[in-house]
Design a protein around this ligand. Structure first.
Ligand SMILES: [Zn+2]
Length: 173
C-alpha cells in the first residue's frame, strides 16, 4: 500500500468505469468520527481500494482497510491496542431503496456524485471495533484492585507503566 493521503471528493462510479485502484493512508485528522468515539490510532490507517463494474453494471468498490487502533480496555480502563483489518465488497447505490435491492454479496455504499475514501475507512473501522474491547492477557478491574488493597493514588502514579502482576508481586513481598 502507498503512503500518500487518500484523495478527497472522488467520483467512485467514474473510477469503477475506469477500473481504477487507489491506495493511501488516513490520519485521525480525517477520521473525526473515530476521534469522537474515543478511538486513537498508533499510526495512520492504511487502505487500498479497487474499483470495477460487475456483469449487472453495478459500480463496485473493494476496500481493504488496516489500522492499529488504541482503545480503552473495558476491564481495567487502561489503553490497549488492537489490529483491525477489513475486506469489504461494496456496490455504489443512490439511496436506501437501491441498497435493499442489492444481492447479499454486496455491502451497500450510499454515495452521491462524489465521496471521500476516508469516510469509508472510518465506517469500516467503526464497524470492526469490538463492542467491549479487553486486553487479551490478564488485567484487573477497579474493584479487584481495591480488593488487593492498592490505593487509587498508587495506580495514578504507577498505573500504566506497571502490570497488575508487578503490583501484586510487590504487595506480597
Ligand atoms: Zn485491561
Amino acid at each position: 500500500m502507498r503512503n500518500g493521503a487518500l484523495p478527497r471528493e472522488l467520483d467512485l462510479r467514474g473510477l469503477a468505469a475506469r477500473e481504477a485502484s487507489i491506495s493511501g493512508v488516513a490520519t485521525l485528522a480525517t477520521l473525526e468520527r473515530l476521534v469522537s468515539a474515543g478511538v486513537g490510532l498508533l499510526e495512520p490507517a492504511s487502505a487500498a481500494f479497487a474499483f470495477r463494474r460487475d456483469e449487472e453494471g453495478r459500480y463496485v468498490v473493494e476496500a481493504h482497510v488496516k489500522a492499529e487502533v488504541v482503545l480503552e480496555c473495558q476491564r481495567c480502563l487502561g489503553e490497549m491496542t488492537q489490529l483491525l483489518e477489513t475486506r469489504t465488497v461494496m456496490a455504489c447505490v443512490w439511496n436506501d431503496d437501491d441498497a435493499a435491492a442489492l444481492p447479499p454479496s454486496y455491502e451497500p455504499l450510499i454515495v452521491q456524485e462524489t465521496a471521500n475514501l476516508s469516510d469509508i475507512v472510518e465506517e469500516e473501522l467503526l464497524l470492526a471495533i469490538p463492542a467491549s474491547p479487553m486486553h487479551a492477557g490478564d488485567c484487573v478491574t477497579e474493584a479487584q484492585r481495591a480488593a488487593l488493597g492498592v490505593g487509587a493514588e498508587r495506580i495514578e502514579s504507577e498505573g500504566r507503566k506497571e502490570s497488575p502482576f508487578a503490583v501484586l508481586a510487590k504487595l506480597k513481598s
